[in-house]
Design a protein around this ligand. Structure first.
Ligand code: PLP
Ligand code: COI
Length: 361
């Protein structure tokens, strides 16, 4: 039976002044709304105990399986406020389907797409006053997640699982406006391998990326680009974003989906709008030699990272132990055109010809 997430209203919500203060300078992932969606699954009873309840801590038994074996997945999507005050989700069914794919990989139960979308929709509806306006590319970042809450230390697919959605008013992931970020290219540390969990959105992938991320910070870089683990002959993705290259002859190139990278919804949306902007798109293998050589000989003129949190962010340079490859930095016109095309759809500044928006309020 479909979940309805009945509301148990927070008796002590934030004041309007508190909300206004947060929305004026939200940062990323620092502040949370008055409510959260929760449901539980048991092997015998299926999904139930669904509700929207006051935001607050879970009671976690120390023997909960997730704390030991990391059986956990998550999603990230945003609610956007349009100029007329209405609030819209961007492609939530795509997140719901990816959540199902991640669940299958991590032996977690399938949450029906309609239940995922209902949870997100109900939460945004009740916490609508927390959705910022478009100024500064602010939005309400939504974080659905699911974890093994069974109290048991045997290694098995958990028989009790918790699903939740929390919401965080947010600005862009990279602070300081749309300025190019430098990317550290690691071939020391791998994030994922063939048959591993690279295409699942599970917390462990992000834990595994941290050591490389910190190596990148030491070299003045904001994110890390991972190379395929075994043969080191394929560029994959960043720790929390997909990557695109723009060539001097108007092609938009991105690594193919090989099962080891996350199938980004922003990536997919960009491939769709790029065609409409007159760009030829290529999803294929990109070798590290092509990446570095293309910048050096001028055939690669722009590069950018993309994702829900990052939106579309120009890349200034790639750096590795072997050197530094700096892009021309000519204002990244193609990157900015793609960025505007995506944001214009999300904020309702152009007609939604692809049917990507779901109106909530
Ligand atoms: N790759 C990784 C590892 C990510 O964490 C994300 C962010 O969700 C993406 C790519 C981009 O995915 P999406 O565009 O669906 O947010
Ligand atoms: C997202 O873009 O939603 C992510 O999950 C990426 C993470 C780095 C915040």
């Amino acid at each position: 039976m479909a979940l309805t997430f009945p509301l148990h209203r927070n008796p002590a919500p934030a004041t309007d002044d508190d909300v206004a203060r947060v929305l004026a300078d939200p940062g990323f992932g620092d502040h949370f709304t008055d409510h959260m969606a929760v449901a539980t699954w048991t092997k015998d009873g299926g999904w139930g105990a669904d509700e929207i309840r006051p935001y607050g801590p879970f009671q976690i038994d120390p023997a909960s399986a997730v704390l030991h074996y990391a059986q956990e997945i998550f999603e990230g999507l945003k609610a956007y406020r349009h100029a007329d005050g209405s609030i819209h989700l961007f492609r939530p069914e795509a997140n719901a389907r990816r959540f199902q794919a991640s669940a299958a990989r991590m032996m977690l139960p399938q949450l029906p797409v309609e239940d995922f979308v209902r949870a997100v929709t109900e939460l945004v509806g009740v916490d609508a006053r927390w959705v910022p306006g478009a100024e500064g590319e602010r939005s309400l970042y939504l974080r659905p997640f699911m974890f093994a809450s069974e109290v048991f230390l045997g290694v098995r697919a958990a028989q009790t699982v918790t699903f939740s959605v929390i919401a965080s008013p947010s600005g862009p992931y990279f602070t300081g406006g749309v300025k190019p970020v430098d990317i550290w290219v690691t071939d020391t540390w791998a994030r994922a391998g063939v048959g591993g969990t690279g295409s699942a959105k599970c917390g462990g992938n992000y834990a595994a990326s941290l050591i490389a991320q910190y190596e990148g910070y030491e070299h003045g870089c904001s994110q890390v680009l991972f190379i395929e683990a075994a043969d080191k002959d394929r560029v994959e993705e960043l720790g929390g974003m997909n990557v695109f290259l723009v060539t001097s002859d108007g092609r938009l190139v991105t690594p193919a989906l090989t099962g080891t990278i996350l199938e980004g919804i922003t990536r997919d949306s960009i491939l769709t709008v790029a065609g409409e902007l007159g760009l030829v798109t290529e999803e294929r293998r990109v070798t590290p030699d092509e990446l570095f050589g293309g910048i050096a000989d001028g055939t690669t003129v722009e590069a950018f990272s993309c994702g829900t949190a990052a939106v579309v962010t120009p890349i200034g340079a790639f750096k590795s132990g072997a050197g530094e490859w700096r892009l021309p930095g000519n204002g990244s016109p193609t990157t900015m055109a793609i960025r505007d095309a995506i944001l214009d759809i999300q904020y309702g500044r152009v007609p939604d010809t692809h049917g990507w928006l779901r109106r909530v309020v």
